[in-house]
Structures are given as C-alpha cells and as structure tokens.
Design a protein around this ligand. Sequence first.
Ligand code: HEM
Length: 468
Amino acid sequence: LRNHKRNPRHLPCPPGPKGWPWIGILFQLPQKQVWLAHNQWSKSYGDMIFYSVMGTNFLVLNSNKRTNDLLEDRSANYSDRIRMPMLVELMNWRYNFAFMRYGPVWRKHRKAFHEHFNPSVIGKYDQIQLVHIRRFLGQLLHSPQNFLHHINFVFAAIIMDAVYGVQIEDSDKDPHVDTIAAALGGLAKAGVPGSYLVDHIPILKYYPGWLPGGGFQKDGAEGREATERYAVQTFNQVKEALRSGTARPSVVGSLIENFTGGHGDVSSQAEANMIAKNVGAIAYVAGADTTASAVQAFFLAMAMHPEIQKKAQAEIDSVIGPGRLPEFSDKPLLPYIDAVLKETMRWHTVVPFGVAHMSTEDDEYDGYFIPGGTVVMGNSWSILNDPAVFENPSAFNPDRYFKNPNLRHPHEAAFGYGRRICPGRFFSDHNLFAITSSVLSVFDILPAIDDKGNTIPLKYEPTSGFIS
Ligand code: HEM
C-alpha cells in the first residue's frame, strides 16, 4: 500500500502469492483442505502469508508465534469479524455473536454467555451431562452400528437441556430437531465467506429475486425463515414455561429472570430478553457439531490404537474399579485420560483453519504493513502439527505429554485466539471427559468387520469443511 498517510514508512505487506489486479489469487485458492495448502505455501513465503481476493486482503498466520503476537498481544486490533452479507444479513444470522462485529453489542453477549459457561459455574451442568451420557451408553449397547448418530444426538440433547431446559426426542418428528436441521442447512450453505457473489459485492443484496441471477434471494429467504423459527420458537417456549411456573432450570430462563433493573450494561428487560434469545440460539450452533466431531475422532483413534485404549481402560479400572461409572470428581485422578483428550484435540483439529478475525486499524508489525480491514486466519492445523513442537505430529500419541510435561496445550490453537477464543471450551472439555471416560469404562471400541468376518482397515481422512 503506497498511500503515504496510511503507510508513511512505505513498508511492504507480508509476502504471499500475487495474482491478478482486483480478483487477486481467486483462481489459485485451494478448493479442499485449505489449511494443508497454506501449510505448504509457508515453505515458500514463511509463517505469514498475505494476499488479496476480489479486493479483500487476507493474512494467514501459520505459527504459534504469529498468532500470539497478533491475535493475542494485539487483540484490541485483531478481534473484528468480516461482513457476511448472505449469512448474516439475508439469512438473518445477526443473533449469532460469533459473527458479530467487535464492539459493545458483541461484548454484552459474550459477557452474558461467559456468566453461564465459565469454569467456576459449569459444574451446574454435571447432572444433566451424566444423565444424557448414561442414556447414550444404552443406545450404544442397543445399536452400536449407529454410533455416529448417537454421538450427534447426545450433544444436541445435553445442550438443549442445559440451555433451554428442553428434553428432545431422538426422532425426526421432534419439532426442535427438525428446526435445528433447517437452520444448520443455511449455515452450511453460506457459512464460508464468499460462497455467494453477494458476499463479494454486498450491494447485490438489493437485487430483485425475480430478475435473472436472483436465485440467491430464494436461498436467503428460506434461510431467514429457518433461522427465525430456530431462534424464536424455543425461546418463546421457555418464556411460556416461566409464566406458567413449569420451567426447568436453564441458561435462557436464568438470563430472562435475573434482569434486575437498568443498572449495568443491559438497560431494559427487552434487551435482556434479546440477549437471552441470542445466547440460547448460539450455544447449539457453536457447540453441538464441534464437540461431536471431537468425539468421532476419539472413537477413530481408539479403534486404530488398541494398545492406547487398553492403557486408558487400565487407568479407569485401577482408579474407579468395576462397580460404578466415572464422575467428574474422578477427573484429576485420571492423567492418562486427560492426555488422550489433549491428543484427540491436537490430532484432529475440529476447526482446522480457525474462524476468520479481521483487523480494525492499519498496523505495522515486524517490518511489514498490515492494512486495516485485513481478514486474519490462524492456521490451527499448522500450529498443532508443527514438527518442531510435536514430534511426529501425524501420530496419535498421548505419551508425548508425559515425555515433556511442558509441551504446549493443544487448546491454545484448537479453540481459536485472543478475545474471540471459544467461550464454550470449559463446557466442551467437561463433556468430552464425561463421554470418553464413560465409554471406555464399559465398552471396547473396535474396527468394524465385513460380511466375511474380516476387519475393515481404518484410515484417518478428515473432511474439508469449516468444521472438519
Ligand atoms: C470441541 C469443541 C469446540 C471447538 C473445537 C470449538 C472451537 C471454536 C473456535 C475455533 C472458535 C472461534 C474462535 C476465534 O474466533 O478465534 C469458537 C468460537 C465460539 N464457540 Fe466454540 N468450540 C467448541 C465447543 C463449543 C461449545 C460447546 C460452545 C457452547 C456451549 C461453543 C461456543 C462458542 C461461541 C459462542 C463462539 C463465538 C465466540 C466469539 O465470537 O466471541 N463452542 N469455538
């Protein structure tokens, strides 16, 4: 950028592929597993890669040092989010504070969320988690071939219970299950910025749907309807239950009820209700598929590594014995289980390319100029597979944390960065402990066998999406 006022020392932007005027490197962008391609690119350009696509600047950070320097130490400038016209404006995902621009409205939501998910309060969900996880063990026993479905369902059930006090049924006929599926369908279509032309040219959002090329407006309208149903319907159900005195304890109920007048950040009951509605709606979207992905990876790792599974089971047997299932109070006594969980979060990066941050102001860093409005990605996969830190990174090896007790905790990249770091990580950790220790205490996880009785070999093949 040669503008003298903005870049008085005429510093270069960080290195990266160049591409064409305005469209930039649009046609060089990898279509699949973008994190791997950027990891490769870092061999030519270094651990910071800068480029532009259709007028937007991107900066990809491929090392822990870079994410620490920018997303943590300078987080005041690197915590904004990118404008997403299709998802947020047309499909009306405004309620979701993960996509909110950095500022006071986002802060109020984050604070309300944190009140209910910080480490000192998440113990209040222990009972809910254990009840649903024990039901899950029964489902596994009954139909182990449907284990992927059971994994998805148990997190849906835990979150809906904790957040709304609502019990969902394991059936397509459950009205919540159906509504959630429709809303998530919109997210899958529009969640990756740039999926629609209107993301690049926001003025198109006013383009009439009946003109040629206006088909995206139909997707927008369908998404909007599904989002509205999803965010409002269950919230109204909680309000109604509060009115009639039948409400079970829940995050949303407590956010509605505990508004105590106009002091503090939230100024009216209407605003408190809006925040309660939004916090409720995000917990499911942000928490269910992510945690389920980690548990699927755990099942795969156990089936691929029977010796590690046996070691974990031996620890549970010696600490807890055969007479009961693990409880949260057992957690500090199970260091090997803890190492298995850490390694699961490292080996399979659930959100491998992170969630896009955006810089607010122009910045100078390490001899480079980074323009305000640059989209900044932390390549979590690169960080968690850095061979200089994690020896032989593609191997699933919980023992690495005993060999080097100071080894970096995978949570540092797996849950994102700085002021936007995942505020559900303590709850998620709790869920993961409960489910993995319970499963290992009563089941063996083995590879499937084919019709002839032969073991089907297993391979780790992560999918490509935003959540892998
Ligand atoms: C294995 C499980 C999970 C993983 C891997 C995960 C990962 C992430 C990541 C990478 C981000 C983006 C952070 C950034 O912008 O740098 C994020 C944000 C978020 N997560 Fe999670 N998450 C998990 C579970 C959960 C759960 C269970 C909840 C809720 C109960 C949750 C709620 C949120 C929220 C609300 C945000 C948005 C934060 C903001 O923009 O300020 N997550 N998560």
